[in-house]
Each structure stands twice: as C-alpha cells, then as structure tokens.
Design a protein around this ligand. Structure first.
Ligand SMILES: Cc1cc2nc3c(=O)[nH]c(=O)nc-3n(C[C@H](O)[C@H](O)[C@H](O)COP(=O)(O)O)c2cc1C
Length: 199
C-alpha cells in the first residue's frame, strides 16, 4: 500500500478544504494517507491583522518526515503567482533531504487556490513543481480524464498542472463540488501511480 502525504498551507481555509478532498481521493486510490500542514511564519500581529486561521485540523509536518512517503501532494495558496512563503520556507528546510537524495523517485503533485480565475494559479502550480523536480520527484498533474476542468458554463478551477479553486477577492467563494471532485481525482490518480511504483 502506497503511503501518501498531503502537505499544505492555508491562511483562510480554502486549501485546507482542498487538502481533505485530495486525501479522500488518495484513500480511494488505495493509499494510506496523512494530512499535515507547514508552520505559519508570518509574525503574529501580521497574521492577526490579515485574519489568518489560527485553528487547524491537522498537525505540523517536520521536513524529515517527507522521506517516509511514496507520494507528496503539496497545496499552497497563490501569492503573487508563487506558492505562499510559508510553504517555500518549509521547503527551504529540506536541504539535508536534498543532499541525501531522499525524495528521488517519489511521486509529487500540486494544488492551489487563487483569488481570481487568472491570478496566477497555474504559475503557482509550476512554482511548486520546480521545487519538487529539484528534489527528484516525478510530477503528476490533473489529466483531462477529469473532464470537470473543461467547460465555461460556470466558474471552475482545475488545470492539467493540478487541481485549483477560486476563492474570490474577499475569500467568500468556497471550493465548488466540481473543484473538489478535481482534487479527489488528482489524489486518487497519484495514489494509484504511487501504488504501482512502490509495488
Ligand atoms: C499577499 C497575498 C498575495 C496574493 N496574491 C494573489 C495573486 O497573485 N493572485 C490571486 O489570484 N490571488 C492572490 N492572493 C489571494 C490568495 O491566493 C487567496 O487568499 C487564497 O487562495 C485563499 O486560500 P486559503 O484560504 O487556503 O489561504 C493573494 C493573497 C495574499 C494575502
């Protein structure tokens, strides 16, 4: 059975909701799944002023734990077209793992959230992909087999680079069922591939 880690950061809960859906899909794909978050790095006064979440459903990850998994699926909100600095800061602590090649050959994926439909969500996914590639992970996105990413009948996230959701400028929009289904699809797809590679 493949072991999958869903590793996320979320200021307002959108990515946390997506992380749960990714994990549901990975479980359906036959994997043993953990969900962990990376630590908040914003100063407490900045986090409070911006209304960042302080109650979290999942424990903090430690960099060394990444080596225990067959697949790592990373979720972080879009910040000026990049992964959030909290997630980047976590990966900045993985130099030791990189030096030992501990993550080479594992399966990786990315999902994100952005305020607007074209606010840089694909660029954010690629920013996560770059980090995973430097560590030697094999990148898996959200294939067009998930047809819910197509169509223009409603606002919908999702791209071949990974699952996404659109939060709106004030954060009022929550992940739609179609976006959550994309997250589940990506989780299941990655778990199935990791299962084959680790068999
Ligand atoms: C400093 C900062 C920069 C942001 N940059 C972008 C951006 O470039 N494009 C965009 O669409 N949304 C941007 N956003 C909105 C976030 O992506 C949005 O709050 C997030 O996706 C919500 O996910 P969360 O609830 O998991 O934190 C930014 C938010 C902050 C606080």
């Amino acid at each position: 059975m493949a072991k999958v880690l869903v590793l996320y950061y979320s200021s307002y809960g959108h990515i946390e909701t997506m992380a749960k859906a990714v994990a549901e899909g990975a479980k359906a794909g036959g994997a043993e799944v953990d969900i962990k978050r990376v630590p908040e790095t914003a100063p407490a006064d900045v986090a409070a002023a911006a209304g960042f979440k302080t109650n979290h459903d999942f424990p903090e990850a430690q960099p060394d734990e990444l080596a225990h998994y067959d697949a790592i699926i990373v979720g972080a909100p879009t910040r000026f077209g990049n992964m959030s600095s909290q997630m980047g800061s976590f990966w900045d602590r993985t130099g030791g793992l990189w030096a030992q090649g501990k993550l080479i050959g594992k399966v990786g994926g990315a999902f994100t959230s952005s305020a607007s439909q074209h606010g840089g969500n694909e660029a954010t996914l690629l920013s996560i992909h770059k980090t995973l590639l430097h560590h030697g992970l094999l990148i898996v996105g959200l294939p067009y087999a998930y047809a819910g990413q197509m169509g223009v009948d409603e606002v919908v996230g999702g791209s071949p680079y990974g699952a996404t959701t659109i939060a709106a400028g004030d954060g009022s929009r929550q992940p739609s069922e179609r976006e959550l289904e994309g997250a589940r699809f990506q989780g299941q797809h990655i778990a199935q591939i990791a299962g084959k590679l680790s068999a």
